[in-house]
Write a protein that binds this ligand. Sequence first.
Ligand SMILES: [Zn+2]
Length: 290
Amino acid sequence: MNKLVLLFALILTFSFAVFAQKFDGDRKMNQPVEPFKIIGNVYYVGASDVTSYLITTPQGHILIDSGFEETVPQIKANVAKLGFKLEDVKILLINHAHYDHCGGLAELKKLTGARLYASPPDASVLEDGGASDFRFGGDRAFSFTPVKPDEILKDGQEIKLGGATLKTYFTFGHTKGATSWTTEAAENGGKYKVAIISSVTTLDYSFVDNPKYPQIAEDFTKTYQTLKNIKADVFLSSHGGFFDLTEKAQKLRAGAKPNPFIDPNGYRQFVARVTKQFEDKLKAEKAGKK
Ligand SMILES: [Zn+2]
């Protein structure tokens, strides 16, 4: 009996630790940081780890990712600090419909009046506030204020505004509608391909016989091939940790040349790493199910 009580206490402690870790982790990702110009017309306006990017043009701006619902005041302050107006944002995009990247969209849409674009699968999840997410739907900790997209994106679609072009890549898997973009930025006479890559991690997903997402393995496989085909000079993503945001920003601030965000090798290594992680997990799962 004593052993049972001890076991129960241990399980309880462990669950609390995991629970606390999740929420501590969330807050750690949302610390205010100084906004800055990354390269050309691409600016960083997000928090310490959940990212937001502003792409500026003479005819208004494009804002990618809202962070959490609580990140919006930071984004608002960051855009103003850089000398831009939030009301000039004409287009809102998100890399995937999880609460830490899209939670602030409803509020940002109200503040800017911008048009929100989303892929078909992410659009439905945005509209129901996360309820239909294949993994986290129904978990209140992962829900957010619902928001209705104005435009449904197509794979390969070019989004144009004031001379800037963003090319859309469907990179499904992390959510059924996760989306990435490329754009071109000019600096010191050079032109650079900037890739803004969605979360492409596999979390605790199962790939074999997943009734809520039967084509999950095919989608991830296609996504990693798509990423491999993108020849990125500047590599940005949904979480700062994926591309050493803090370290690169520090170097940039210290005057490092060339711009530390120009990192084609870092991008290739990232793609190779996430691809291998997926392939290893898929292999292990298939072996376990035999
Ligand atoms: Zn996510």
